[in-house]
Write a protein that binds this ligand. Structure first.
Ligand SMILES: [Zn+2]
Length: 156
């Protein structure tokens, strides 16, 4: 929708000046929004789906019940015995900030694609902003569905 009122135009102008997420914020989203899996073959080879590291299973029952820790990246992993080799997830991540008298709630769509044996690929796309002020009506600013994501913008 094209901004028409003074407040709508102000929100659009201020929205353009919001900073990108920092690398630390993006890394937090990627670590805490998703479960991290270890893929285990019938032969007992475990592959971390976060970093792609492989190693031989030591205690299959304990790993099934308690999970395991990747010796390369240190991530706590849930062990999956499956022939599936591609895992995709999407979650939402939000950041609360303030700008020129507004409280701004920024929502990001976080996505991960994990292929067994390769490092995971992550992306963050900002989808919605809520602009809240005590003396002005609340405004919603959303990304048009046709907008192309810019994965490099939030790459970690
Ligand atoms: Zn790992």
């Amino acid at each position: 929708m094209k901004p028409r009122t003074r407040i709508q135009k102000e929100v659009v102008r201020l929205s353009g000046g919001l900073p990108d997420l920092t690398g630390k914020q993006a890394a937090y989203a990627f670590e805490h929004c998703f479960k991290h899996y270890a893929h285990r073959t019938k032969g007992g080879i475990i592959t971390c789906t976060k970093c792609g590291h492989r190693w031989k299973s030591g205690h299959p029952l304990a790993e099934t019940v308690c999970g395991c820790t990747c010796p390369h990246c240190g991530m706590e992993l849930e062990v999956l015995d499956t022939r599936k080799r591609l895992f995709k997830d999407t979650e939402y991540y939000s950041v609360i900030t303030a700008r020129k008298g507004y409280q701004v709630l920024r929502y990001f769509m976080a996505s991960v694609t994990r292929r067994v044996g390769q490092p995971a690929e992550y992306s963050l796309i900002e989808v919605v902003q809520w602009w809240i002020a005590p003396d002005r009506p609340t405004r919603l600013s959303s990304r048009r569905t046709g907008d192309r994501p810019n994965p490099a913008r939030h790459a970690v």
